[in-house]
Design a protein around this ligand. Sequence first.
Ligand code: GLN
Length: 457
Amino acid sequence: MPSISYYLGRSARQNVEEALEAAEKNSDHNIFLHLTKKRALERADLIDSGQQGGKLAGVPFAVKDNYLVFDGPTTAASKILENFESPLQATVVERLEAEGAICIGKTNLDSFAHGSSTENSAYGVTKNAIDSTRVAGGSSGGSAVSVALGIVPFALGTDTGGSIRQPASFNGVYGVKPTYGMASRFGVVAMASSTDVMGCFASTASDAELITSIMAGHDDKDATTLPDYYKLGSASQAPLKIGIIEDFMTDATDAGVLTQVNSYIEKLRQNGHSVESVSLPLAKYSLAVYYIVVPAEVASNLARYDGIRYGKRASNVSTLDELYGRSRDEGFVTESKRRILIGNYVLSSGYYDAYYQKAQQVRTLLINEFDDLFHSYDVLVSPVTPTTAFKIGENTDDPIKMYLSDVMTVGVSLAGLPAVSVPAGTSNGLPVGVQLIAQKRNEATLFALAQSVEASQ
Ligand code: GLN
């Protein structure tokens, strides 16, 4: 996996042509839904002629197909947006372009980012980079594999409950889920507005930090963005107090995963940090809370796809109700329909208090539990997932089993905290990831820690 520095100072056209070639060579992995070839080559020529420069001049990247990007459709891997072409680009894509980066294509995902394996895409599954009989993870599976196979040095994903961290760990790359509000959500198809964050995949910790710093910052078009506070490399080098979340280090996690996570923890100790076990008793409810709060927001956000304003419209219908119903039935995958049903149920007048309100109350308690830990610890550590990448088809008939692969990531999302998935060796040849979690706005601490371990290896 070449890092960003490999691409700097070379011909942008050569970079783009090589990346496009690599994308086509790996087409059996089903990574890209669309290559933005025409615009990528035009932008490369602009850079080669000296008309544009920047920190990422001529560096190719891939973008999850729920970001609005010029030169092709934005489908969110759904049929309802099959032919949707955007009149604008996402703010973070604009920021990366302003630094000279070049988008070469749109990557596959679970439709509307609903899933943990990219099997819920309306356009077929993306295969794992290391073992093509296994899933890429999800929902940002295509972006993770595009970096893991060295097609591009970085790629964009979205993370609502683990969709960057989990596929990063399944494919052995870095995955960044920044603080909620750190990067603009403008121009990205909404899943759950209170936990959606924009982040990246990269092959080194310093590349991940560079891209994060460019994506970060206030945007007038997204009122939840934080002020421009992010300073690259601003973390202190002093020994840290690190807490290991013991609730996730039990025999519910695969032994091979625990071995790798423990050896990463040992490196942290050897690097002079103090390490203790901590407990997060409400963690066991985080999945239950997530699968009430998130479907409620999903149902609200997906209500706009009605077959009228844009996107797919069913033909041969005789009433307006039939038009709505048929367009949505044909346009959404099963998992999205399941979430619309659950979401409307938990928000309905008879059940709101029992489900939605109760879940929000428990969410607040979980946030408080994290806050308490951050009074005593700088960084919390856990595995990213209980297992390594599972076989394609293994969990598709059992949504609860599928949801369990997010048990260690969803709590962090509900609390809006930054977390990085760091590659930490393999178990039976399959990559394992360690999750490093910090208090809000402290991603610099996470990058510095990950870099120090990377450097000591
Ligand atoms: N896998 C989780 C879900 O299905 C997370 C998805 C995401 O982060 N977009 O909701």
